[in-house]
Design a binder for this molecule. Structure first.
Ligand code: BGC
Length: 347
């Protein structure tokens, strides 16, 4: 009898601790903006997965305004969130909120974008950002057959937001593949704009990328062609495509992208954008839900990179998901068959 009672007690304790794991625990999720499709998906995916697991979710979008994000994260912490997940607008702008999280012992997970210059960043979950750039650079190298073709070919470059730590990784991954050909003269950048600081696009804005692309197109008024345009992501690729449509008469260049946004996938189907990099936000969201559950349960948190992501103060234990090449030949399998989009959305 004693034994049965002890067993029952044990079972009760296990159930209680399991129930306490998520029931009523509160997760704050701070996303940068609703303007870009991917952050809406990231936010919605995480919210659903956390709620299904029994968590209460406080999901907020910051309209790409650093001060709004700072206020939102601060109030999440003050309102009793047990953990906060942040995709920062600018990687260094949330210092005082991180100070508060540290003071209150609230773990912070950097989502997709690393939080820089602070020691209170518990974990980082992202895609392999350098690999995204490698995929883009390798695509241009293969399509132009840079190893064998004589060239020279004209290349232009549009990178991301200097305030986003990811942008440098995307750029570097691609440039490491293409730089030898720029150095040898097989790739020519007629605008002369090659360094990250010259090709960056503040806030990843389509319009900013378009305006810069328009000024670059002027270098091709002599009738020469742009053979390839390296764009770090889809929002900037869209700006470049808009500018080319309006002001460029030469042969259509190879154009890269990232995210498989709906507008850009349509451009791939129409032959205007050559490729994108698919980062399945469901995978990242599921990974973060797993990490948070492990963290709050006092278990070991699954990470797969302990070296790459130094934020200037600490090296943040990271989980890197795998980015996948996408183009007109595999988008249907990747995006429609997997249930990411319906066929109708891409009409
Ligand atoms: C993300 C990209 C996205 C870009 C603009 C980056 O931090 O990793 O997927 O295209 O921000 O929102």
């Amino acid at each position: 009898m004693k034994k049965i009672l002890a067993m029952l007690l044990c079972l009760l304790m296990v159930c209680a601790s399991f129930g306490a794991l998520a029931e009523g625990q509160k997760v704050g999720i701070s996303m940068p903006t609703k303007d870009l499709q991917r952050w809406n998906q990231d936010g919605e995916n995480m919210q659903k997965m956390f709620e299904d697991a029994g968590f209460v979710v406080d999901l907020q979008y910051a309209a790409n305004d650093e001060q709004i994000q700072l206020n939102q994260v601060t109030s999440m912490i003050n309102n009793g969130c047990d953990v906060v997940i942040i995709a920062a607008i600018t990687s260094t702008s949330l210092g005082s909120a991180l100070d508060l999280a540290k003071e209150k012992g609230v773990p912070v997970i950097a989502y997709d974008r690393l939080l820089m210059a602070h020691d209170w960043v518990s974990y980082y979950a992202t895609f392999n950002n350098y690999a995204v750039g490698t995929i883009q650079g390798t695509y241009i190298k293969d399509q132009l057959d840079l190893e064998n073709a004589e060239g020279p070919f004209n290349l232009e470059i549009t990178a991301g937001d200097p305030g986003d730590n990811n942008a440098g990784y995307f750029y570097q991954g691609a440039i490491d593949v293409l730089k030898p050909y720029i150095d040898s003269g097989k790739l020519v950048v007629k605008s002369g704009q090659i360094d990250f600081s010259e090709v960056a696009t503040p806030a990843w804005k389509t319009e900013t990328a378009m305006n810069r692309a328009n000024s670059i197109i002027a270098f091709y008024d002599d009738g020469s062609n742009i053979d390839a345009w390296l764009c770090s992501n889809d929002s900037t690729a869209l700006g470049v495509i808009n500018a080319l449509e309006d002001n460029y008469d030469g042969e259509w260049p190879i154009i890269t992208g990232q995210d498989c946004d709906i507008a850009n996938t349509k451009k791939m189907i129409a032959g205007e954008q050559s490729m994108s990099v698919f980062k399945d936000t469901r995978t990242l969201a599921a990974q973060v839900v797993k990490m948070v559950t492990q963290l709050l349960n006092g278990e070991e948190v699954e990470v797969n990179d302990l070296e790459t992501y130094n934020n200037g103060v600490i090296t943040v234990p990271s989980f890197l998901c795998v980015p996948v090449f996408a183009d007109v030949n595999n988008y249907s399998e990747l995006l429609i068959d997997s249930g990411y989009y319906t066929a109708d959305q891409l009409q």
